[in-house]
Design a binder for this molecule. Structure first.
Ligand code: FMN
Length: 186
């Protein structure tokens, strides 16, 4: 089973990266083949809305999304990890999600392809605020949005309170995150 991870924090060694690595570690221990991208080192341009992907099969932009598109096709699961920025996912995460349009669309879209539907998705957020429910409305919305994109949403991990205590120092998370990653593997 192939599982991709996308770290949407510009910090390659921050809280979100640590969380994502633990999730992928759990999946790898269960036999998954995992691959991780850090947005910080990548050239991913915002969608230009040219609809080139509707006319042909693929995005016209020549940047690092090309490699991710190729890896995403045969992948069975995606783990999207983002810090909360101003109550939402980072701009880097949103840019990545917009670019998925070249490959993954809702069922009602004229360019919907069954072969790209049904991938598992696990969301992970880290946030400075200690209340993990503070942005619940946004997290619920985001999960619904991915369901609309025909992902099989397999849950959400919210590591809160990183302002006071970095994720890697909070007790209980390594086990919980590894278990969430392992649960992605059939
Ligand atoms: C621009 C910016 C906006 C942020 N907005 C929020 C926020 O709205 N709520 C919150 O709880 N934390 C917020 N934070 C804190 C981050 O979510 C938190 O520090 C996160 O764990 C950082 O992840 P990283 O170490 O992977 O970059 C913000 C941080 C930055 C830099």
């Amino acid at each position: 089973m192939k599982i991709l991870g996308f770290n949407a924090s510009p910090r390659q060694d921050g809280n979100t990266s640590w969380v994502l690595n633990k999730i992928l570690e759990g999946a790898a221990e269960r036999g998954a083949e995992t691959r991780l991208w850090h947005c910080g080192g990548l050239d991913i341009k915002p969608c230009q809305g040219c609809l080139g992907c509707v006319r042909s099969d693929g995005c016209v932009l020549a940047d690092d999304m090309r490699e991710i598109y190729a890896a995403l096709k045969p992948a069975e699961a995606l783990v999207l990890a983002s810090p909360v920025y101003m109550g939402q996912m980072t701009a880097q995460a949103k840019t990545f999600v917009d670019r998925l349009f070249a490959q993954i669309t809702p069922r009602f879209s004229p360019k919907f392809k069954e072969e790209n539907a049904g991938k598992k998705l696990l969301l992970a957020f880290t946030q400075g605020n200690p209340d993990p429910a503070m942005f619940q409305a946004y997290f619920d919305y985001t999960q619904k949005m991915f369901q609309l994109l025909e992902f099989e949403v397999r849950g959400l991990q919210v590591v809160a309170g990183t302002r006071e205590e970095p994720a890697r120092e909070q007790r209980g998370w390594p086990e919980a995150l590894k278990a969430a990653g392992a649960a992605l593997v059939i």
